[in-house]
Write a protein that binds this ligand. Structure first.
Ligand code: GLN
Length: 228
């Protein structure tokens, strides 16, 4: 059983839970998703962690009263072998944690560096990361919510069959400072590095949880399973 801590800071959390459930089925690894809202919930029993995307400033503020971020940072320091996936704002938190905490990545990142919300985009990426295989299953078309809103079909229709490609969804995304990457590049958009791996910390500036392609979630669960 792999216990996955999912930081419920703000932003795209539920999609990560869906992606984790799908990845766990593909790998046939039992998981428990632990939704983390307070620092008190961050403990030794977690095998891995997801820091989702959203708005990093809001996340920093929202976490203050419950000391969630500081607890997550201490956990990461104490358990460098336990894998962490940070997506978009989560990648910002890994590179630039604040709170007097040293960076978890040997890379620097700039927020909102592709421009404004309307400059968000999707693109085919090249990826190089050892990921256990599993079937690629496109998401079913998302159901309408209680307000009768149809969720955006972002990326769901273009699940890449090519294992070296990944459909990147960039939403007001940050950018790595390309001249200062001292860890392993694992995803790139043309010449630009958009994902890095430093030890067991994987930081992606895009949103794999919105694509129906669960390879990065499989990476997380597989690593967590093998270090147990
Ligand atoms: N623009 C956000 C920030 O700076 C990140 C966007 C995202 O996570 N999709 O925190």
């Amino acid at each position: 059983m792999v216990r996955v801590g999912l930081a419920m800071l703000q932003g795209a959390r539920h999609e990560h839970a869906e992606a984790l459930r799908a990845a766990s089925q593909q790998l046939e690894i039992d998981i428990e998703i632990v939704e983390l809202r307070s620092g008190l919930e961050v403990d030794e029993s977690l095998d891995c962690l997801i820091l989702p995307g959203g708005e990093s400033t809001a996340m920093r503020k929202a976490s203050q009263s419950e000391s969630l971020l500081s607890a997550l940072f201490s956990w990461m320091e104490q358990h460098p072998q336990r894998p962490v996936l940070g997506t978009c704002a989560g990648a910002i938190l890994l590179a630039n944690p604040g709170e007097g905490q040293a960076s978890f990545l040997r890379a620097q990142i700039s927020r909102n560096a592709w421009g404004r919300q309307r400059d968000s985009f999707e693109a085919e990426l090249d990826i190089s990361l050892e990921i256990p295989s599993g079937e690629l299953v496109p998401l079913e078309t998302a159901k309408r919510d209680q307000f009768n809103h149809q969720p955006l079909p972002v990326g769901t229709h273009t699940v890449s069959r090519n294992m070296a490609k990944f459909h990147g969804v960039f939403i007001r995304a940050p950018r790595f400072d390309q001249s200062n990457i001292e860890c392993e590049p694992v995803a790139s958009f043309g010449d630009e590095v958009v994902g890095v791996l430093d030890g067991q910390r994987l930081a992606l500036t895009f949103h794999p949880e919105l694509t129906g392609d669960y390879r990065f979630h499989r990476w997380l669960l597989d690593k967590a399973h093998s270090v147990q």
